[in-house]
Write a new protein. Sequence first.
Length: 269
Amino acid sequence: MLDRESYSLGFGTYSLTDEDGTDSLVTAIEAGYRHLDTARLYGNEQEVGDAIDRANVDREELFVATKIAHFEEPDPDPEYVRSGVADSLSRLGIETIDLLYHHWPQQQADIETVLPVFNDLVEAGVVDRVGVSNYTPSDLEKADDLLEVPLYALQAEMHPLLPQETLRDAVSERDAYFVAYSPIAQGEVFDIPEISEIADKHETDEAAVTLAWLLSKEGVVPIPRSQTPAHIRANRVALELDLDDEDLTQIDALERRKRCEDPEWMEWE
């Protein structure tokens, strides 16, 4: 995915639904985004598929990631995972999912149900690569025991207020990518004086600075989301923004911490 610059900054699609969502996705693709991230829980795989169909870009140039969650139906079993993936393929209008994540496990029994099916889906050619989302380091150890194919990526929240050093180390040990959602902390970075100072220095905005900081971390792939065409295009400035060591150190030194996505049932490590 990351051997080409186009894929190193993905596009998140959470809450992009209906015709407006499709329009935003088309704008993103035409602006240069090639890594599209969706999920069954987002309820917008159809919109992503419609955007792929509408945009003037070959399917082979796009990297399409989606996710399946074990708790979407009561008492799901392996067949639920298989049928869910088939539904995703149909809605997306593609023959193969480039990256399939297991999304939001509520207990390790979920992992034991889902990941063996992922092995089968890769063997069948339905899925190219597998990932996990919102896994803890302990969950990753369980995944090591169950996956017969390489773990390609872990997706979790990451931004300057949640730098995720421990989890990033665990992902790096497995030679996988860390895909960072909520990369601008749902707008919180605009209120951090240190980041604003760096943005002024480089004559850009706080979002671009934050995305450039994430891109400076080896193996980290931010997936910003926006519905505004100007912001969709502006975020790509991060690909050309060269933060110096002083800038990076200043952001690394931030002590304020915040987790934006924190469901009551999730036990973080």
